[in-house]
Design a protein around this ligand. Structure first.
Ligand SMILES: NC(=O)c1ccc[n+]([C@@H]2O[C@H](COP(=O)([O-])OP(=O)(O)OC[C@H]3O[C@@H](n4cnc5c(N)ncnc54)[C@H](O)[C@@H]3O)[C@@H](O)[C@H]2O)c1
Ligand SMILES: O=C/C=C/C=C(\O)C(=O)O
Length: 482
């Protein structure tokens, strides 16, 4: 059986306790690896290694040399892209086409982006009467990176890359559900980075490696992507040592379709914003609002498109468009939302069940058909809470004011999508939506220089471009009397 170990101070090591847990392929239900379970002992070792590396060659390295190493990490991922993609699919259940076209290439692109961008960002200078202020950036220090299971390599490297570009050292705690590609990243880094610069400790969240990292007095910052409730726990744990925090949390994102939308383009993209990665994308537009003149046509086209194009099945098959959910436990949780929608009187236009006719080797897999629900009031559980599955609710609306009020009636504020061919309306609505990211006539189109993050319960701070630079560095003002 394959083993996944920690990576501390440049070496793969097992847990002091000898404890392991199972890494399960959610499409087949099979155990694919034994993962070493870390805790305080491993986090202590990793923090010590990361602190020492800051004082070693890494801390003294000229920026250009450091950025060259990041470019080598990008190339190292690219060179083993097929291996990364296969590992991600086996861990997560996502279709191989998604892993190989989005998740793994972005894993590599994240390093290129930050290695290139940060070379050309200046700091500030303020000239006073008789004095000069200028600012220097210094690394934040030892950064803890806690990542989720839905886009493992993409989301982990989205934080590792800027952290390293700024000269920090990192300790990654990957999701217990998807440790494989972070272990591969460590394997790539072993030949490129000095020991202690990139460390990985596997384990669970609370009472395990996760909490050991967030509570550690010698960790300077925590950057976390995951559930809002976990963010709340981490904030409390980090308070004792006043760690700098960056949170990318959950969403219940609205997708606003106005009657003047280009319906074909809207349906094509709405298929992705609803069901990409089995709907397990924080940015998915799970609450769809359609202006009444277009409502029925939208539903007819969406359902027809689902029936004619979606193939739920073996994630390793390039023809598959919708793979397995992350686990049987998560599928059961998604099912509770379907049950509550039924109890609330919803109509299921399609989906709501396991697909028929899956092959025998997928009998234990966590599969669900893409599901479209109508007829729910705004206060129903399925309309208010993040489902994180291939499930959307569709609701008609009449006026711009009404849909803005509906869209913003949520604790979350991550992303929103607007479909309209009226430019003035698109600007007006985008400006009023309470979301950190608004897409107009598109979805998940990413410029890695732009600000990324959420308002309200969807996060704290922004990452991307210079916003990442702000988080991963300390800015020091030097004032000189002339
Ligand atoms: N805003 C974004 O950019 C973004 C991106 C992707 C996913 N997400 C969100 O992530 C969630 C899905 O991911 P998940 O189920 O893996 O989230 P999760 O919060 O359950 O787990 C995320 C990570 O936190 C760790 N963790 C859990 N409890 C912890 C604790 N007490 N202390 C320290 N670490 C702890 C887990 O082990 C895991 O590594 C969804 O809510 C989704 O919206 C947000
Ligand atoms: O599931 C959430 C996806 C988040 C995407 C990013 O963080 C990104 O594109 O940088």
């Amino acid at each position: 059986m394959k083993e996944i170990k920690h990576f501390i101070n440049g070496e793969f090591v097992g847990s002091a306790s000898g404890r392991t847990f199972d890494d399960i392929n959610p499409a087949t239900g099979q155990v694919i690896a034994k993962v070493h379970e870390g805790g305080k002992a491993e986090v202590d070792l990793a923090v010590a290694a990361a602190r020492a590396a800051l004082k070693g060659p890494w801390g003294k390295m000229p920026m250009a040399e450091r950025m060259d190493l990041l470019m080598k990490l990008a190339a190292g991922i690219q060179a083993r892209a097929a291996e990364f993609a296969a590992a991600e699919v086996a861990d997560n259940g996502m279709p191989i086409t998604l892993a190989s076209h989005v998740n793994i290439p972005r894993g590599s692109a994240n390093f290129i982006q930050f290695a290139e961008h940060f070379k050309y960002v200046a700091t500030e200078c303020w000239e006073m009467e008789g004095a000069l202020n200028y600012a220097l950036r210094r690394p934040l220090g030892v950064v803890g990176i806690i990542s989720p299971w839905n886009f493992p390599l993409l989301l982990t490297t989205w934080k590792v890359a800027p952290a390293l570009a700024c000269g920090n050292t990192v300790i990654i705690k990957p999701s217990e559900e998807t440790p494989a590609t972070t272990a591969l990243l460590a394997d790539v880094a072993r030949d490129i980075l000095p020991p202690g610069v990139l460390n990985v400790v596997n384990g669970f969240g609370g009472d395990s490696a996760g909490s050991a990292l967030t509570e550690h007095p010698d960790v300077d910052g925590i950057t976390f992507t995951g559930e809002t409730t976990t963010g709340q726990i981490i904030m409390r744990a980090a308070a004792g040592s006043l760690k700098k925090l960056s949170f990318e949390l959950g969403g219940k994102n609205p997708n606003l379709v106005f009657a003047d939308a280009d319906l074909d383009a809207c349906i094509e993209t709405t298929m992705r914003s609803s069901f990409a990665n089995q709907g397990e994308v924080c940015l998915c537009g799970s609450r769809i609002y359609v202006q009444r003149p277009l409502y029925q046509a939208f539903l007819d086209k969406l359902v027809a498109r689902i029936k004619s194009t979606v193939k739920v099945g073996d994630p390793t098959d390039p023809a598959t468009t919708l793979g397995a959910l992350i686990s049987k436990e998560h599928l059961a949780r998604v099912q509770t939302f379907l049950d509550s929608a039924k109890a609330d009187g919803a109509t299921f236009l399609t989906g709501g069940k396991r697909p028929d006719g899956l092959p025998a080797h997928l009998a234990e897999g966590a599969f669900l058909e893409p599901t479209v629900i109508v007829g729910l009031g705004r206060d129903c559980k399925a309309q208010r809470q993040e489902i994180f599955g291939p499930v959307v609710t569709v609701t008609p609306f009449d006026t711009e004011e009404e849909v803005l009020e509906l869209a913003n009636d949520t604790n979350y504020g991550l992303s929103a999508t607007v479909w309209s061919t009226d430019l003035a309306r698109a600007h007006r609505v985008a400006a009023q939506l309470e979301a950190g990211i608004v897409w107009v006539n598109t979805w998940f189109l990413r410029d890695l220089r732009s600000a990324f993050g959420g308002m309200k319960y969807s996060g704290i701070g922004r990452e991307g471009g210079v916003h990442s630079l702000e988080f991963y560095t300390e800015l020091k003002n030097i004032c000189i009397k002339l």
